[in-house]
Design a protein around this ligand. Structure first.
Ligand code: 6MZ
Ligand code: ZN
Length: 363
């Protein structure tokens, strides 16, 4: 269910974007892949408020924090990383993790997302008897509750159009051992719906060297990797990330000339998060977004939301922005989506099903 606030924001943005009333339903109806969405960045504001004031609230949350949850205009990178702990303080127990997973999937389903790679940082919390493994189990319970297909051996079933996979995130605040545990967990749960590992978190903290052993292990095991890259300027880290040759990269906003050329040469697909990058000021304006340069260079790209709850966006809206700011037609957006099937961490059988869905839409 979309909150009133989100609906108003989307409508006003659509008006500003001059997307015709006819085009929004067409963009919404288009099959879409979402490859970069953080679970706790997808939480509905209504759910956060419910958790904050309801019986479920087990942690103290100040009025100021509550206010900043509701006020959605200011979302600089610093502000985002001030807000995540507030959200995390509300999404602590297994039942809540299951709820927010189910709700996130319901929201993507409404947006006609046919394949979702949802990512989240497995968390331990002794207070709630939560281990990284039981956290992931709670996410799976959300997949079950939403009735989606998420295991690699799933057959196509009537009425089940959405395929979901889970990526386990390493948070840059974590130490080398915690990062290693996450990779091990991803490997252990590879047949149960975990399709890869992500490195995310506040780009201003943490050293790349801390995560390298875990990320190298993932590569050795054949666990697909995606890395948040260049959200802030850090040429050395960007070079080292490119050298690791992950399967995908997220953002790549602040690249110097040499790193930009290395990215283009690498052919590594980029998860593009338009609204997120402008809101967090990693990119100065939509029209200056590097999406245009990558798209024109025929570099593999996929449009994503990052944190649709936090940024009050949706994949349909991101498509509308690409249509308006960069002149992409519906056909070009569909073709871009179909190409991205090859960048997913899904098994071949699922990729084939997705190609079928896009081929139908292209006819
Ligand atoms: C805005 N740009 C961003 N850059 C880097 N990391 C981000 C992010 N947005 C979200 N996250 C990462 O995702 C976590 C929340 O979801 P989960 O608790 O894992 O489900 C954040 O704590 C952060 O580590
Ligand atoms: Zn992200």
């Amino acid at each position: 269910m979309m909150t009133k606030e989100k609906k108003n924001w989307i409508n006003s943005l659509a008006a500003q974007l001059q997307v015709s009333a006819m085009q929004m339903p067409l963009l919404k109806a288009m099959p879409k892949l979402e490859l970069h969405a953080h679970l706790n960045g997808c939480v509905r504001t209504s759910t956060l408020l419910d958790l904050a004031v309801g019986e479920n609230s087990k942690e103290k949350i100040s009025n100021t924090d509550l206010e900043s949850l509701i006020r959605k205009e200011d979302r600089s990178l610093t502000e985002c990383f001030r807000l995540f702990p507030v959200i995390h303080a509300l999404t602590t127990d297994h039942a809540v993790v299951t709820r927010i997973t189910r709700e996130a999937i319901e929201d993507f389903l409404l947006d006609n997302v046919v394949y979702l790679e949802l990512r989240t940082t497995p968390k331990c919390n002794d207070l709630y008897g939560m281990s990284k493994r039981s956290y992931v189990e709670a996410v799976f319970a959300g997949f079950e509750a939403a009735g989606v297909m998420y295991k690699t051996d799933c057959d196509v079933q009537d009425g089940h159009r959405m395929h979901v996979r889970l990526l386990l995130s390493i948070d840059r605040r974590e130490n080398a051992e915690a990062a290693m545990n996450t990779v091990q967990l991803a490997w252990d749960m590879r047949d149960r719906g975990v399709a890869g590992v992500d490195l995310s978190g506040d780009p201003a903290i943490g050293n790349w060297e801390t995560f390298l052993p875990a990320l190298t292990l993932a590569k050795e095991l054949g666990v697909p990797l995606t890395l948040h890259c260049g959200e802030v300027s850090n040429p050395k880290e960007v070079r080292e990330m490119l050298a690791l040759q992950p399967r995908r990269l997220g953002h790549v906003c602040c690249l110097e000339e040499a790193e930009w050329r290395a990215l283009l040469d690498s052919g590594i697909p980029v998860e593009i998060c338009l609204t997120s990058n402008v809101r967090t000021e990693s990119v100065s304006s939509m029209r200056d977004h590097h999406f245009a340069a990558l798209y024109n260079a025929k570099h593999p790209v996929v449009l994503c939301t990052d944190d649709p709850g936090l940024f009050s966006t949706s994949l349909t809206l991101e498509f509308a922005i690409a249509a308006t700011c960069f002149g992409l037609t519906n056909l070009e957006l569909l073709i871009m989506g179909k190409s991205a099937i090859n960048y997913t961490f899904a098994d071949d059988k699922t990729k084939l099903i997705l190609h079928g869905i896009f081929d139908d839409a292209l006819q």
